[in-house]
Design a protein around this ligand. Structure first.
Ligand code: FAD
Ligand code: NAP
Length: 651
């Protein structure tokens, strides 16, 4: 198939080939009673390649049909064609929404061109359809517009398939935090909703049930294991409170994981029941677009079903990233495997230095294991670095080792077992090589969005090619008007369970409940569940300085000593409170940071206050609750600028 440009128009198909294929298809259709894609007609070997061509072509034609029913105006375009840009500019100027299919960006672009040409008998780009009728190229649109006929065309009665033509009003791909919340909310408005959820096993073979990352391999087991670790500290503290606990207390990993997995099992079951109660149909299948309005669902036994819907929601979340070095997929585990590991991981190397890495390293060390964290650059990128470093110092004090500025290069198995023995080779920034033996290597180097294998190109949904993330507008709508996305797959949004849930619920209300309320991604509170918990809301000190400038920022801070820690006489001047205020705006609190036990419980309430526009004066006017950690925020008086002492001697 040639591809040349003549007088600014793309000429792209060999007409004789089209004719012969048409004749061949007609002949076969005469011969067989069923359509090409379902026919059981016998054919000889010579015909096979031509037949495959026809099958492919009929698929592409269905795809074109689906595209042109997507929007009132559909433009088949090429990114390199000037007239395509001009026609899009024309619609932009007219403020008319359109759906552009960039044919040269699609894997099956050449086939699509060929089928388009066959359908329209035109060889030029752009190829514009209005109300599913082929109109022509840029010149044809300009002529219609000049003759005043364009608006009339748009006003003609709709000829697109009715809503009833689809199996569902909404199909949600991904039954995690966001997908489940959105589907149940949509069903409340009497919408026919289907949720597809499927867990592809980790390279180590770990699988889990309905509910997504948070419930199965994220927040829930993480917080419970963090609690198991805190109990060890509580046991130590208890002797000063009069408890006579045996000195040689042991932890049993299997009992802990079994109890936690039992609880998770009950949550998986509750999710299924809740979907049933809300009349949401659930399919345990892997969903992928096969046509713009059609999904293929494949279950674990390979059984395939197809479903169509008017609208779609992508909520497929993320999965742990691998290093791409020898031995990583064979021998390393990730957080997907850790929480159901049937044996204690033993001496563990955690690679990575953000949320997942530090939380896992923290509770593993808290359970008494020998833990090292391999840090590529800094701790907790994106977080307030003063707080991040204090977390690191505290972890170090409690026995976690940090290997800074090292990158692993090779993982080898020395001995199989539960756990076995692994040899890790790593290189530092200055070229120093180290080799060390560990029982377990836990990769926590970030997570990749599950967007590359779900047929988004077929549906025309754009992703950021580098990150795999989906860009959306303020209404979580992708570039394809009837396809939405929420949760961890989104570009430039926070990857947190409550964010996914909130976005999902509000989206369903906007789609079906006449609501206009959008998800507010600003000042979202979060907590890092490291041994000394860290709660934060709003800007880090670095970001506040960058945004407002040093002269317009006042930072109030103080150490404090939780009363509970005074009797065991531990960790004074480790807990820390900091609020960052914008002096140009009535000392409005733009950043809230706390290192303390139960930091999440503290931060939640202050986040609500920040939503209401909390100022330093209002904090000062608030009467504290005594004796609790959070009361420190009502008495902060020392500014960082002053250099005044913030050390505490008692509560
Ligand atoms: P997910 O919950 O990941 O759900 C996506 C679902 O879609 C999954 O079940 C997946 O298997 C399924 N799926 C994927 N592709 C397909 C397909 N093609 N067809 C069908 N199904 C598919 N957040 C917090 O707020 N607090 C925490 O303390 C916290 N701790 C965390 C700890 C860890 C170790 C991790 C990894 C994450 C943690 N998070 C935490 C983040 C939180 O888990 C996520 O932000 C949240 O789960 C995102 O929800 P989601 O709906 O976008 O995706
Ligand atoms: P992340 O925030 O993307 O951090 C990845 C970490 O791995 C960084 O420290 C990064 O170092 C390091 N890294 C990346 N590539 C590496 C490589 N090739 N070699 C060595 N180190 C490498 O990922 P995450 O910790 O997995 O967290 C993912 C998301 O889950 C978070 O954004 C968060 O929203 C959510 N989460 C939330 C909670 C919670 O709410 N408590 C808990 C866990 C997870 P650099 O800094 O050098 O890039």
């Amino acid at each position: 198939m040639g591809n040349s440009v003549r007088k600014g128009k793309a000429v792209f198909v060999d007409q004789t080939q089209v004719k012969s294929l048409q004749l061949y298809k007609a002949a076969m259709e005469d011969h067989c009673s069923e359509s090409p894609e379902t026919t059981k007609c016998k054919r000889d070997g010579n015909q096979d390649s031509q037949w495959k061509n026809i099958e492919e072509k009929s698929g592409v034609k269905r795809k074109i049909q689906a595209y042109i029913s997507t929007s009132d105006v559909v433009i088949f375009s090429k990114t390199t064609c000037d007239n395509c840009t001009k026609v899009k500019d024309f619609f932009d100027t007219m403020d008319l929404p359109y759906f552009a299919v960039e044919v040269d960006q699609m894997a099956d672009g050449p086939k699509l061109e060929e089928a388009l040409c066959e359908q329209t008998m035109e060889t030029t780009f752009p190829c514009v359809f209005v109300k599913q009728k082929h109109i022509g190229d840029y010149d044809d649109i300009m002529k219609l517009s000049k003759d005043g006929l364009f608006q009339k065309l748009l006003e003609t009665k709709e000829d697109k398939p009715s809503q009833d033509a689809y199996d569902y009003d909404l199909i949600v791909i991904g039954g995690g935090s966001g997908g489940l919340a959105a589907s149940k909310e949509a069903a409340k408005y009497d919408k026919k909703v289907l949720v597809l959820d499927f867990v592809s096993p980790s390279p180590q073979g770990t699988k889990w049930g309905l509910g997504g990352t948070c419930v199965n391999v994220g927040c829930i087991p993480k917080k419970l294991m963090h609690q198991a670790a805190l109990l060890r500290q509580a046991l130590k503290d208890s002797s000063k409170y009069g408890w006579q606990v045996e000195t040689n207390v042991q932890h049993n990993w299997e009992i802990m994981t079994d109890s936690i997995q039992d609880y998770i099992g009950s949550l998986n079951w509750n999710y299924r029941v809740s979907l049933m109660e809300n009349k949401v149909k659930y399919e345990n299948g892997y969903g992928e677009f096969v046509e713009p309005h059609k999904i293929k669902s494949t279950n674990s036994r390979g059984k395939v079903k197809f479903f169509t819907a008017e609208k779609f929601l992508i909520a497929t979340g993320e999965r742990p990233r691998y290093l791409g070095i020898p031995g990583d997929k064979e021998y390393c585990i990730t957080s997907d495997d850790l929480f159901s590991l049937p044996y204690s991981p033993g001496k563990t190397l955690v690679i990575g230095a953000s949320y997942v890495a530090l939380e896992c390293a923290g509770f593993l060390a808290g359970l008494g294991l020998d833990v090292t964290v391999m840090v590529r650059s800094i701790l907790l990128r994106g977080f307030d670095q003063q707080m991040a470093n204090k977390i690191g110092d505290y972890m170090e004090q409690y026995g976690v080792k940090f290997l800074r500025h090292f990158l692993p290069t090779k993982i080898e198995q020395i001995e199989a077992g539960t756990p076995g023995k692994l040899m890790v080779t790593a290189r530092s920034n200055d070229g120093t090589e180290m080799r060390e033996e560990y029982n377990t290597v836990l990769l926590a180097i970030g997570r990749d969005a599950c967007t590359r294998k779900i047929g988004l190109d077929i549906a025309g949904v754009k992703i950021n090619e580098k990150s795999g993330k989906i860009p959306v507008n303020d209404g979580e709508q992708t570039n394809v008007p009837y396809i939405y996305a929420i949760g961890d797959v989104l570009e430039d949004k926070l990857e947190l369970t409550p964010v996914a849930i909130q976005a999902g619920r509000l989206l369903a209300r906007r789609l079906y409940g006449h609501s206009t309320v959008t998800c507010d991604y600003v000042n979202v509170p979060t907590t890092v569940f490291t041994p000394l918990e860290y709660g934060a809301c709003g800007l880090s000190e670095e970001k506040a300085l960058m945004k407002y400038g040093d002269a317009n920022i006042e930072v109030y801070h103080s150490f404090f000593w939780p009363l509970e820690w005074t009797v065991p006489s531990r960790d004074n001047n480790k807990c820390y409170a900091k609020v960052i205020c914008n002096t140009k705006d009535n000392e409005r609190v733009v950043g809230f940071h706390v290192l303390a036990p139960n930091a999440g419980e503290i931060t939640q309430g202050f986040a609500a206050a920040m939503k209401c526009g909390l100022t330093k004066d209002q904090l000062d006017c608030t009467i504290g609750i005594h004796p609790v950690c959070a009361e420190i925020f009502t008495t902060l008086s020392v500014t960082k600028r002053s250099g005044g002492s913030i050390l505490q001697s008692g509560c």
